[in-house]
Design a protein around this ligand. Structure first.
Ligand SMILES: Nc1nc2c(c(=O)[nH]1)N[C@H]1C(S)=C(S)[C@@H](COP(=O)(O)O)O[C@H]1N2
Ligand SMILES: [Mo]
Length: 408
């Protein structure tokens, strides 16, 4: 099986993973979309993924969320028993006024985190994507306390260059899963980017054990591996470089989310000379999303070897689907009213949303009988066409997808 077949199967799985279809266009927004596309848009997945439908790629033997409740209580993976240690890195010490340790009974507990949340909690919409998987694991509304709020409680003075975090790993050093960020990223947010948070809610509900309960890190602009689950330790360090577990395996751990498009529904067989509705999603990465484009061509027709990304093909613009009337995934309008990136009425301030998923739809013209290949791609706000500007696999997936269509 070729690589593109594998990824196609993968993308199609994304399409059928959801339960009930749920994308509801508001009446006004529907005017800008050709009526022939309405049925296909109505069958799109809901904008937010129900928490229990996220795909799971957690590691561990056993995977921490499969531990019986009693064991989870014992090891601090419930809200009642959770304790977060915050220490200075013994090998590259940061100069701190204070550490938070289990041994002197100062580790941070869940009640204290929630108390901080009363004043500091934020929530934001963001897609969870694994750097090594072609389709997002889920689109969530994540809520928690900015990591810097907790970091400042250690009264750092100097020699703080990096923040490491790791979670429960069955007390087996070989199972350690660690990620890190430059201290500056924790302390300050780029324009329009939410803070790094200690997250305890997804889509308005407590985080489930599978999603990392009781507390996980969520880093808005990064692939999933930075968002460490079952968080137990923060280590403040003067080390100047990253040492993320994910750098094993040749992963580019400094690579933020990429912009790319994929299909969700494409009729495999269709009738000659009849317009063909197709839909898909786009991930809105660090450079934003300006356009989604599609191109359908007879299968097997060669392409210039010096244009591997089909830049000179006759691509046409797809419709970016407007914000839904109902957000799905259990996310209520109330929850969105004070979410970052949404206004006081719960409407998104910009669309498509940075680090979100957007959906698209296109009506392909009727075609004579034959075998065709459909491709889709994004153009980011800097004008770069997928898979540029960062086409390499180990910095996140963004291959141009191709799907077969049989016209009879
Ligand atoms: N403790 C811990 N956190 C972890 C992982 C892990 O194996 N252990 N996997 C990471 C990876 S590689 C990804 S892609 C995301 C996936 O998040 P999800 O399972 O909530 O979808 O979790 C991250 N956090
Ligand atoms: Mo991942």
């Amino acid at each position: 099986m070729s690589n593109s077949d594998t990824s196609r199967r993968f993308f199609l799985q994304c399409g059928v993973a959801g339960t009930v279809a749920g994308y509801q266009l508001p009446t006004a927004a529907a005017d800008s979309i050709p009526p022939a596309l309405a049925p296909a848009i109505g069958k799109l997945e809901p904008f937010f993924t129900p928490a229990d439908e996220f795909r799971d790629v957690s590691r561990g033997k056993p995977v921490p969320h499969t531990l019986p409740e009693e064991k989870r209580r014992e090891v601090g993976l419930t809200r009642e028993t959770w304790q977060l240690e915050i220490i200075s890195d013994p090998e590259n010490p940061a100069t701190l006024g204070k550490q938070f340790l289990k041994k002197d009974d100062t580790a941070l507990d869940f009640a204290t985190l929630l108390k901080l949340g009363e004043k500091h909690a934020v929530r934001f919409a963001r897609v969870m994507t694994c750097l090594n998987i072609g389709c997002p694991l889920g689109m969530g509304l994540w809520e928690g306390v900015p990591l810097r709020t907790v970091l400042w409680m250690t009264q750092p003075k100097e020699n703080l260059r990096r923040v490491f975090f790791h979670g429960f790993h069955n007390d087996d050093p070989k199972q350690l899963f660690r990620a890190s960020l430059p201290a500056g990223r924790v302390l300050e947010d780029p324009d329009n980017v939410p803070p790094v948070i200690l997250c305890y809610k997804l889509n308005g509900e407590w985080l489930s054990p599978e999603r990392g309960a009781p507390v996980r890190v969520v880093v808005p602009e990064h692939y999933g591996f930075k968002s460490v689950k079952w968080l137990t330790h923060l280590t403040l360090s003067n080390l100047a470089s990253a040492n993320d577990t994910y750098s094993n395996g040749n992963n580019d751990i400094d690579s933020p989310l990429k912009t790319f498009a994929a299909t969700l529904s494409v009729p495999g067989k269709t009738t000659a000379n009849t317009p063909i509705p197709v839909t898909g999603y786009a991930q809105v990465g660090i450079s934003g999303l300006a356009k989604v484009q599609v191109w359908v061509t007879p299968t097997g027709k060669g392409w210039a070897a010096d244009d591997p990304y089909f830049t000179t093909a006759p691509w046409t613009d797809a419709h970016i689907v407007p914000p839904p009337a109902k957000w799905g995934g259990g996310v209520t309008d109330m929850l969105l009213k004070d979410a970052m990136g949404f206004d006081a009425k719960g409407n998104p301030k910009s669309w498509p949303m940075l680090f979100g998923k957007a959906h698209w739809a296109a009506l392909l013209p009727g075609l004579p009988a034959g075998e065709y290949t459909l491709r889709c791609r994004t153009i980011d706000t800097k004008g770069a066409a997928q898979p540029m500007p960062r086409p390499f696999k180990k910095s996140g997936r963004c291959d141009i997808e191709s799907v077969k269509i049989s016209v009879e």
